[in-house]
Design a protein around this ligand. Structure first.
Ligand code: GSH
Length: 236
């Protein structure tokens, strides 16, 4: 079986590059150019996805003469971990329920808040400058009235959990941790008072100190300054 990963630098697909480094299995990496329109157009020429929309990450699973295309970061991560029998936690284990909750929570509850921050930021950027103050006001209002208070509740809960658990599933590093890293790292810049959450800072440092993580930054062409700028812009 062979794997081919379509990756967009500085995006959610960095998690799959990291996962491949943790699993230490061979794969082919296609890094798309950073211009999203061109990246999608070029990748679409060679990939046929189920829903006809090119997303990053997209994984091709090539087995003999058959190629299966898989999208959705959490589905790709679950598939690879089950296939390799690594980085998962059994439901019957002590931390099984935490693992089960957090692996679903990340993309279902935390990521949508950050994605909405980004949507409103992009509306500001694409509004003609004469009327831009209006869209800036909308963005400010939404951040103040909904997104930041919601994020605060979620970050506080995560912080509490990580005060008494080294990883999401206790002592076991799992693929739920790989899933959480991207939105948490984005929240560090997108949420105004992130530094108050000392357990989250400790947790991010521990995730980022892993040799496979460090290795994957180079492989995935990660640009820390660009990422920080992109997410800092979403603050009110
Ligand atoms: N829920 C999907 C979202 C994938 C996604 O939207 N990726 C972005 C990059 S972070 C993308 O491909 N954007 C192009 C587009 O939406 O057209 C996942 O987590 O894999």
């Amino acid at each position: 079986m062979q794997f081919k990963l379509y990756h967009l630098a500085n995006s959610r697909s960095q998690r799959i590059v990291w996962l491949f480094a943790e699993l230490d299995i061979p794969y082919e990496l296609i890094i798309s150019e950073t211009n999203l329109t061109n990246a999608k157009k070029n990748a679409k020429k060679v990939v046929s996805t189920k829903n006809n929309a090119m997303k990053f990450p997209t994984l091709e699973i090539i087995d003999k003469n058959t190629t299966i295309t898989l999208t959705e970061s959490s589905a790709i991560i679950e598939y690879l971990c089950q296939q390799q029998q690594k980085l998962g936690v059994n439901l019957a284990d002590e931390a099984g329920l935490d693992f089960c909750f957090y692996k679903h929570y990340v993309d279902a509850s935390l990521m949508p808040l950050l994605a909405l921050k980004q949507v409103f930021q992009q509306i500001v950027v694409h509004t003609p400058w004469l009327v831009r103050p209006m869209s800036q006001l909308y963005k400010f209002g939404l951040n103040r009235s909904y997104l930041d208070p919601e994020l605060k509740i979620q970050l506080k809960q995560l912080n509490r959990h990580l005060e008494s658990h080294h990883w999401l599933a206790g002592n076991t590093f799992s693929y739920a941790d790989i899933l959480l890293w991207f939105p948490l790292h984005a929240a560090k810049y997108a949420f105004p008072r992130f530094e108050q959450y000392s357990a989250l800072i400790r947790y991010l440092n521990d995730l980022e100190a892993r040799p496979a993580f460090q290795q994957s930054l180079k492989i995935g062409a990660w640009n820390a300054d660009q990422f920080q700028y992109y997410w800092s812009m979403t603050r009110a």
